[in-house]
Design a protein around this ligand. Sequence first.
Ligand SMILES: [Fe+2]
Ligand SMILES: [Fe+2]
Length: 271
Amino acid sequence: MNFYKELELILEAQNPQDKLTMFEHFYTQYKLSNVVFEENFEPKEFSEPSYSSVCKVIAPQKVPKRSNLTVAEGQVNLLHAIAHIEYSAIDLALDAAYRFVGLPKEYYSDWLEVADDEIRHFKMLEEILHTLGARYGDIEVHNALFEASQRTQTLVERMAVVPRYLEANGLDATPMILTKLRKLPKSEMITQIIKTLEIILDEEIDHVKKGDVWFNYACAQEGLSQDVYFEIIAKYYPQGFLRPKNLNTEARKEAGFSCKELNFMAQKQIC
Ligand SMILES: [Fe+2]
Ligand SMILES: [Fe+2]
C-alpha cells in the first residue's frame, strides 16, 4: 500500500462511512509498517471539501445559532456544529500528512494519530446525534476550516494556522460551552454531552502540542524566529485572537505556548 496515494483516496472519499473504514484499514497497515512512502509524490490541490456532497455549505455567519440547550433542537445544533468541526479536523489531519512530503517519519505518525483521535471524536458526537434522531449532514455547515487548509500551503503556515490557531481556539471555546452546559438542569443527555466534550477538550491539547512541535521544527528548517507565528496569524486573521479574555492559559501552556505568547495574545500579563 502506498502512503500518499492511499491518503489521497481517503481524503477524497465523500461518504463518511467509507472514509472512516478506509482510514481504519490504512492506519492498521501503517502501524504494521506495510505502507510505502512514494518518492517524488506531487500532492493534489483540492477545490472542494470532501463533505460537500453530505452537508450543505453556507457562509459562517448564516450557520444556525446554538440556541436553547435544554431542548433537543438546540442540542442537535450544538452537537452538529462540533461534529462538523471534528469531521473537518479528520481531513485537516490527513491533509497535513498528505501534503508535506519528505518529513521525518514521526511527523506522519503524529498526524495519523490525530486523524484517529478526530475520528473517535466524530463518532462519539454522531452517536449522540443519532440518539436525538439526527445525523451528520442534517444541518447546514461552513467550510472555514477547509479554506484555512487551502490557503496555507507551507508547513510553517499550516502548523501556525491549523493546530496552533484554530485548534487552540477550541481549547478556549470548549470550557465556555461546558460552563453553560453545567448550569443547565441535569438530564442524562446534558451529562452525556458534558462528558463527551470533556474528553475532546483533554485530547485536543495533544493536537495543539503536536502542532507546536512541528511548527518549531519548520521554523528551524527555514531559519525563522518563532515570532513569525504572530505575523502569520495577522496575515490570515486580521481580527486577531478570538477570546483574548478567555484564553485557556493552562491548556495552552501544556500545548507549548510560551508566557510571552500568551501575554501578547491577552494583551496583558496573564502568565
Ligand atoms: Fe477533535
Ligand atoms: Fe484536534
